[in-house]
Ligand binder design. Structure first.
Ligand SMILES: *[C@@H]1O[C@H](CO)[C@@H](O)[C@H](O)[C@H]1NC(C)=O
Ligand SMILES: *[C@@H]1O[C@H](CO)[C@@H](O)[C@H](O)[C@H]1NC(C)=O
Ligand SMILES: *[C@@H]1O[C@H](CO)[C@@H](O)[C@H](O)[C@H]1NC(C)=O
Ligand SMILES: *[C@@H]1O[C@H](CO)[C@@H](O)[C@H](O)[C@H]1NC(C)=O
Ligand SMILES: *[C@@H]1O[C@H](CO)[C@@H](O)[C@H](O)[C@H]1NC(C)=O
Ligand SMILES: [Zn+2]
Length: 477
């Protein structure tokens, strides 16, 4: 077996031509045997797809997700809701006949929001819609009443540093992209405290708003006063900007009861379809089971959890047992900084060599388009061949990133291949971390397709005659 694998790997190495500087592969020439082998999975994949979108599994992912979010609601790290939801998924995975179902303990943060309000007192009275940010400290019980300084950027704040002392700093940064703009949420409080601000209010990180506040993580840098911090809506940030530009003095009364309690024990949930030939080798499918404490965490990340559960339940139902193990992991405390995944990585360090491929869905389970892949060039050629099997659900697109995922980035950022689900997710950040993250953001037909995609890709990779290649096996001209 091993020798066969080495030979195949060497043959594959010759197959990749022209790995150009921008990491786009101009041409894939995989060994014909391997291409044929992948193509031979078409009837199996077709069966998986038919069962999920038009057979006994039709509607199951959505209905099960609906039952779950209706029963537990949101599931913030440290909460009893989260632990109850974890117990439920352990029971559910066992009842679905999955193997080795269990929870794995990890310590997680316990931040609680309490009540919170922000009221503009001058130049007129108006209640502002806000959501305190994760890890924020609270205000004194009587609140913080202070003048406001609105800035559009960190640069503007630094230029106006002399005016910030004793003020509530409001950031009205433009939305560029989530990745770029989220720095204001993550570091806004620290930057404001450095120039003497007493609190910070940050325009929600979103391209679209119906006066919706978006919460999320922030962290205080060392040696900086921890000041209360919250997100306000895009509309209110615009209002405060206009009032300042019109020359008004603005005053806000901010009250927040937020506090951090001691860490508590939570669990990552693990369930498997054990491999028939090499059970120690693992393909992981995953999503995170915790959520923010607003909305119902249906989209972020109930959808990811339920397609990962659904993929295994579906394969089990079809009696499809691959050569390697497929393991679903429902990560805990993702929202507080991949806490569950870091714990898992530590506890499974000695198993890392056996992690063949990791998959995660955490940027929406909308209508699928394909996969976003991180890994070597040869692997990308294989992923493209596998994606062709998804033609019946029109999810054949692939693209590459240096690393993918939130939780799985610990591995995909370190040379272990993996993929994120790629969907028509241009509205993801409309709902993200808001009270609007409810079941209404999800769609039954899309979930069926995503479950089928997840099951198909995991099954083929776990069943191939070769281990999914890790290295890029680049050949130079
Ligand atoms: C799946 O469904 C399609 C369309 O209804 C049908 O043509 C095909 O034969 C089915 N394949 C399997 C394996 O059930
Ligand atoms: C769905 O399945 C039914 C039979 O179970 C079949 O008649 C129908 O053609 C299928 N539709 C699609 C779109 O595959
Ligand atoms: C914080 O202050 C302590 C003591 O003054 C110092 O040792 C440490 O290096 C500082 N940390 C940072 C990040 O500035
Ligand atoms: C990893 O370590 C754990 C705990 O020491 C042990 O039970 C497990 O068998 C080890 N796994 C591998 C693949 O070496
Ligand atoms: C298939 O998906 C592509 C985007 O990936 C889209 O442009 C096209 O319209 C889709 N085709 C069908 C038949 O849905
Ligand atoms: Zn998420």
């Amino acid at each position: 077996m091993l020798i066969r694998q080495i030979i195949v790997t060497l043959v594959i190495a010759l197959g990749v031509l022209c790995d150009t500087a921008d990491n786009k592969i101009e041409e894939c020439i995989l060994p014909e045997d391997l291409v044929n082998e992948i193509a031979s999975y078409a009837p199996t994949v077709q069966k998986i797809i038919n069962t999920s979108i038009n057979g006994s599994f039709k509607g199951i992912t959505y209905n099960e997700l609906a039952y779950f979010v209706d029963k537990f609601g949101n599931r913030i790290s440290g909460s009893q809701n989260l632990e109850d939801a974890i117990d439920f998924m352990i029971k559910k995975s066992s009842a679905s006949g999955l193997d080795n179902v269990h929870g794995e303990e990890v310590k997680v943060p316990h931040w609680i929001r309490g009540s919170e309000s922000a009221t503009m007192i001058e130049p007129r009275t108006k209640s502002l819609t806000l959501l305190g940010l994760g890890n924020s400290v609270g205000t004194p019980p009587e609140g913080i009443l202070a003048e406001v300084l609105v800035v559009k950027s960190f640069d503007e704040l630094n230029a106006k540093a002399g005016q910030a002392k004793g003020k509530i700093v409001v950031y009205n940064q433009d939305y560029i992209s989530y990745g770029q703009s989220v720095a204001y949420r993550g570091q806004g409080a620290t930057a404001a405290a450095k120039v003497g601000g007493v609190a910070s209010l940050i325009r929600s990180i979103t391209p679209f708003s119906l006066n919706t506040p978006h919460t999320g993580m922030q962290s205080y840098k060392d040696n900086v006063t921890k000041i209360p911090t919250a997100c306000i809506t895009v509309e209110d940030a615009h209002l405060l900007q206009r009032l300042q530009d019109e020359g008004y003095t603005i005053k806000i009364l901010l009250k927040m009861e937020a506090q951090t309690l001691p860490d508590v024990t939570s669990r990552n949930v693990v369930a498997e379809i054990e491999g028939s030939k090499q059970p120690e080798k693992v393909v992981i499918v995953s999503g995170h089971i915790d959520s923010w404490d607003v909305g119902d965490g249906a989209m972020d990340d109930g959808g990811g959890v339920f397609i990962s559960w659904g993929a295994l339940a579906l394969l089990k139902n079809l009696n499809l047992k691959p050569k390697r193990t497929i393991r679903s992991v429902f990560w805990t405390a993702e929202e507080f900084g991949y806490v569950g995944a870091f714990g898992y990585a530590q506890q499974h360090q000695n198993e890392t060599d056996n992690f063949v491929f990791l998959m995660e869905s955490d940027i929406g389970t909308f209508n699928p388009v394909g996969l976003e892949y991180a890994g070597g060039a040869t692997g990308y050629c294989i992923v493209q061949e596998i994606a062709k099997l998804l033609a019946p659900i029109n999810a054949t697109k692939t693209r590459q990133s240096p690393s993918v995922g939130s939780d799985i980035e610990i591995w995909t950022g370190n040379g272990i291949p993996g993929a994120s689900l790629d969907t028509e997710n241009d509205k993801y950040f409309w709902y993200h971390h808001t009270p609007a993250d409810t079941l209404d953001a999800e769609d039954s037909v899309s979930l069926d397709k995503n479950t089928a995609l997840w099951a198909s890709v995991a099954y083929v990779i776990a069943d191939l005659s070769i281990d999914f290649p890790r290295d890029s096996l680049k050949t130079k001209h």
